[in-house]
Design a protein around this ligand. Structure first.
Ligand SMILES: *[C@@H]1O[C@H](CO)[C@@H](O)[C@H](O)[C@H]1NC(C)=O
Ligand SMILES: *[C@@H]1O[C@H](CO)[C@@H](O)[C@H](O)[C@H]1NC(C)=O
Ligand SMILES: *[C@@H]1O[C@H](CO)[C@@H](O)[C@H](O)[C@H]1NC(C)=O
Ligand SMILES: *[C@@H]1O[C@H](CO)[C@@H](O)[C@H](O)[C@H]1NC(C)=O
Ligand SMILES: *[C@@H]1O[C@H](CO)[C@@H](O)[C@H](O)[C@H]1NC(C)=O
Ligand SMILES: *[C@@H]1O[C@H](CO)[C@@H](O)[C@H](O)[C@H]1NC(C)=O
Length: 492
């Protein structure tokens, strides 16, 4: 999870009560449905400079200038999963999950950023982790890139360097060679949307005039990875490859045509920016028109949205083997007057007003509100918009800020979101294959440091042992993983 909104301590844990079982979907999830838990390398591993690992953009941003983190913390040790991966897998085993979604740290495997030098210690860490998972019958779902670009490559211009897609292709080839025999689902790039539109930090994050150039470069890098897999590995490894897209469901604030159109516009800007090129080739039409219109008024002689060549369209189209989605919440959307022309701004490009209701239960992260019905609508929209893809929900979860193990709200959140997911499968015939809760454990939440806790497992960051303790929600989740049923007793 990545959000750079200012964190607000919020004690409004209104009583949502324990979800009324009668309102929950009482059909079992299919036998082959995969339940799992997610993490990312930078947020859990620690060992940021050990055993040959070199600096990534995340190390530079968060480990060298901790002042940008609200609790003054950093991720140099984090959950210390580099040393404690066996404990992590032991918890996964207790939970009875089918899969574990984690990410590889590029600079642990390739210290120069390039494929010229492979760091054996880094490779061994991931080999050990995967072996431990296999012994426990848990399949790895592996993210290649979760924000931690080698700093050496960032210093060469990052995404603005024309070789950017090839760096990804070469790094990924090494990963497919090393780990691909054990991996059926690969995730290329996690959440490109915030990378390209929330540049409040240094490192890989950008905004403004470069947002759409960034988006095209990340799409091209994703496609480059997909083509490497498709031509060199797919026939023997038989896995699947997808980009991880994120966003909210945008609900029209009213039933007026203007608000309905405004909500759809936001969906196209938020999801369509990546999904439309992946499934149809090229940007959504509404992005082309709006960005061209605003660019002109801003004085540019061409649109800030780069025109894709036919070659680019063909290279990117059809490169998502499944739909990997991160989603946590919902926004309401209203039509507004055209925002004033100023410096380039990707929010103004959308040109709508998005907000959340005050009476929606808020997590400790102010953007994350409890709106389970939005998940069902989102899934249905994705089904209708992108040719009924197979969907893996790669992230969904709840943040609090307490040390309490009795995390009732998180339990209700998981319960009610899963119930809406089951409804979508059942009543809207959406092909959801898997669900992965964010997160297996409390971890380093970017600018929120250790104050926003997303874990179903508590981690004691004051102890050198980083002791893990399961929260109550994890016992509920264990029951779901083991029975595939959300309520006391499912109808068969
Ligand atoms: C990618 O790898 C190939 C083969 O090792 C190498 O020739 C090429 O220079 C690499 N590309 C980049 C951009 O590093
Ligand atoms: C819009 O119309 C639908 C169907 O009539 C209704 O269920 C829904 O509550 C309306 N939404 C709003 C925001 O008024
Ligand atoms: C548009 O402006 C840029 C500089 O802002 C310039 O390099 C480019 O040649 C111009 N293109 C056209 C078609 O005038
Ligand atoms: C872009 O516009 C939005 C909405 O008006 C505003 O909240 C945001 O601060 C702007 N971003 C920048 C970087 O100016
Ligand atoms: C949840 O936590 C509370 C307090 O820690 C404990 O008393 C209770 O038994 C737990 N419930 C379950 C279902 O584990
Ligand atoms: C850390 O773990 C070691 C070994 O299990 C134990 O001896 C020690 O007491 C623990 N320390 C803390 C602070 O929990």
């Amino acid at each position: 999870m990545l959000r750079f909104y200012r964190f607000i301590f919020c004690a409004t844990l209104l009583s949502i009560g324990s979800a009324d079982d009668a309102k929950l979907n009482n059909k079992k999830f299919p036998k082959n449905f995969l339940f799992g838990a997610s993490t990312s390398a930078f947020q859990i591993e620690g060992a940021w400079n050990l055993d040959g690992k070199t600096e990534s953009t995340c190390d530079k941003t968060f480990n060298k200038q901790p002042s940008i983190v609200i609790d003054g913390s950093d991720a140099t040790v984090a959950c210390d999963s580099y040393h404690k991966y066996k404990e992590d897998v032991a918890i996964l085993r207790e939970l009875g999950v089918d899969h574990y979604r984690f990410s590889l740290a590029w600079t642990r495997i390739l210290p120069t950023g390039y494929a010229n030098e492979i760091n054996e210690a880094g490779v061994k860490y991931y080999k050990n982790l995967i072996r431990e998972l296999k012994i426990n019958q848990i399949q790895p779902i592996v993210t290649l890139y979760h924000y931690d670009l080698p700093q050496s490559l960032q210093d060469k211009g990052g995404f603005s360097n024309p070789l950017f897609p090839e760096w990804f292709a070469n790094y990924s080839r090494v990963c497919f060679e090393l780990f691909g025999d054990d991996v059926s689902y690969w995730l290329t790039i996690n959440e490109p949307y915030p990378i390209c539109s929330m540049g409040s930090l240094s490192g890989p994050f950008v905004e403004g005039i470069d947002t759409y150039i960034c988006a095209l470069r990340y799409l091209t890098a994703h496609a480059a990875i997909w083509h490497v897999y498709d031509t060199e590995f797919r026939s023997k490894q038989k896995g699947r490859v997808a980009m991880v897209l994120n966003g909210e469901w945008a609900e029209p604030a009213s039933n007026t045509t203007d608000d309905i159109t405004a909500a759809e516009t936001r969906m196209q800007f938020m999801w369509g920016i990546f999904a439309h090129p992946l499934y149809y080739g090229d940007w959504p039409e509404i992005m082309k028109t709006r960005i061209a219109m605003r660019s002109k008024l801003e004085g540019f002689n061409q649109s800030r949205l780069p025109e894709m060549t036919q070659e680019e369209i063909n290279y990117i189209k059809g490169t998502n083997d499944f739909f990997a989605l991160n989603s946590y919440t919902t926004v309401l959307v209203k039509a507004i007057q055209e925002p004033e022309i100023s410096s380039p701004n990707s929010t103004k490009d959308i040109g709508v007003f998005a907000y959340q209701r005050d009476d929606w239960l808020s997590s400790s992260a102010s953007w994350l509100k409890f709106v389970p019905w939005g998940m069902r609508k989102l899934l249905k929209w994705i089904k209708d918009e992108y040719y009924n893809p197979n969907i893996i929900i790669t992230e969904n979860g709840w943040a609090d800020s307490t040390d309490q193990l009795d995390d009732k709200v998180r339990e209700s959140y998981i319960k009610e979101y899963l119930s809406n997911i089951r409804d979508a499968m059942d009543e809207d015939e959406v092909n959801v294959m898997a669900y992965s809760v964010w997160s297996l454990m409390d971890n380093f939440e970017w600018v929120s440091g250790y104050t926003a806790k997303f874990g179903i497992t508590y981690v004691d960051f004051n102890s050198p042992n980083r002791t893990r303790t399961r929260k109550n929600s994890s016992y509920y989740y264990e029951k779901v993983c083991k029975t595939h049923c959300l309520v006391e007793k499912c109808e068969d």
